[in-house]
Design a protein around this ligand. Structure first.
Ligand SMILES: C[S@@+](CC[C@H](N)C(=O)[O-])C[C@H]1O[C@@H](n2cnc3c(N)ncnc32)[C@H](O)[C@@H]1O
Length: 371
């Protein structure tokens, strides 16, 4: 899937009619990928693919197209969306607001699979004392480890089962570390499932943590995670955060918003192909509604920590900018530099630069100065 646009371009250049059944296109993509990007012998790739074709009338076409691809091999495309195999509309959209070097870095890293990372539960163990093989430390998160290779089912690891580690991206691990916590203060995580940041907050603080997520099916996952890690939230709720009514005020509110997740394309290549401009606009509306509703439950001078794992203007800068009349934006640049994180600062928040281990993430911290 990582090479889909490029493969379709090559395949289409050898087709008279581009309108072929999806199953035939899939077989052609598999064959083209193996011929261009692996060392498998071309005769066996072509034969195996032809055998996969159920409709006899398409066997000749698959055979002919793949033979031609085997002959030409890799062809260097001129257009960026083909060179880095991303949807064309997305590249054009990103070009409208991202610096060129950020865009190129993201496209390059999206070609490489991402190694699995986890966060270490500092309440139970230090990462130096973990007895796991093939791990290294994350370069930015002080509580993260990287699995250089996986030899077993990760969920069966004793270290996971006994609550020493939680699988989580390195970028995500940074967010709860950007603020300081007072004992017993009220903290709300409004979009909390599957609990990555919520459990992290309780690992590093002694706050009264309220958690919420709109999806019923994810509440049991949240509960399991707290139990596995030996942590106790004050309350777990299942409500739409844009309408949630609360009895208390909060000192900190985390909004790790539902978003288009375009920064996770390196781990989930399908996400890049699933999204649309319309989804970006719809989610931006929901995100503004969520922040706006929760604003009234934030104490004066309390902090709202807004984050997303996406790279869009409408879901990041535009959302937080909307609250600039009521908020001061905390300058987190120095903190990010202490974590050795490179970012784009938009005057409100920071968009992490992707690198070998870090995936794009946006975060902005709003201090409430007005209702
Ligand atoms: C980015 S994920 C949160 C990840 C989580 N904070 C973590 O670190 O593991 C966004 C979450 O928002 C939830 N969600 C979607 N719409 C919501 C809404 N209207 N109100 C509250 N939660 C919502 C989704 O179910 C999803 O679990």
């Amino acid at each position: 899937m990582r090479k889909q646009e490029y493969l379709d371009w090559i395949i289409d250049s050898f087709l008279k009619k581009r309108d072929i059944p999806p199953s035939i296109r899939t077989i052609l993509r598999i064959g083209a990928y193996q011929l261009i990007f692996t060392n498998k012998p071309s005769y066996s790739v072509v034969n195996n693919c032809v055998e996969l074709v159920e409709k006899k009338s398409f066997r000749g076409l698959v055979n002919a197209v793949l033979r031609k691809i085997a002959k030409t091999g890799y062809i260097e495309p001129k257009e960026l969306y083909l060179k880095y195999s991303h949807p064309k509309w997305l590249i054009e959209y990103w070009k409208t607001f991202l610096p060129n070097d950020y865009l190129l870095k993201m496209l390059e890293y999206n070609q490489k699979p991402l190694k699995t990372t986890a966060r270490v539960n500092m309440r139970k163990i230090n990462r130096k004392n973990l007895e796991l093989e093939n791990i290294t430390f994350t370069p930015h998160s002080p509580v993260g480890i990287i699995f250089e290779r996986f030899e077993t089912n990760p969920w069966k690891l004793e270290e996971y089962k006994n609550g020493y580690i939680t699988f989580q991206s390195e970028s995500s691990q940074i967010i709860p570390l950007l603020v300081n916590y007072e004992n017993e203060e009220n903290v709300l995580d409004a979009c909390a499932a599957p609990g990555g940041k919520a459990t992290h907050i309780l690992e590093i603080s002694n706050v009264n943590l309220y958690v919420n997520d709109y999806e019923k099916s994810k509440i049991s996952i949240l509960e399991e995670q707290f139990e596995r890690l030996g942590l106790f939230p004050k309350k777990i709720m299942c409500k739409d955060a844009s309408k949630l009514k609360l009895d208390n005020l909060f000192d900190k509110i985390f909004v790790d918003a539902p978003c288009t997740s375009l920064g996770t394309g390196r781990r989930n290549p399908e996400v890049l192909r699933r999204q649309s401009k319309n989804n970006i606009l719809e989610l931006s509306k929901l995100q503004k509604k969520i922040v706006s509703n929760l604003w009234k439950y934030l104490n004066k001078f309390g902090l709202l920590i807004y984050s997303t794992c996406t790279v869009t203007y409408e879901e990041n800068t535009q959302v937080v900018k909307e609250f600039s009349r009521y908020a001061e934006f905390v300058d987190i640049r120095e903190k990010l530099e202490r974590f050795n994180i490179k970012y784009i600062w938009d005057g409100y928040g920071a968009l992490f630069y992707p690198d070998e281990t870090l995936t794009p993430f946006y975060v902005s911290i709003l201090r409430k100065i007005k209702e």
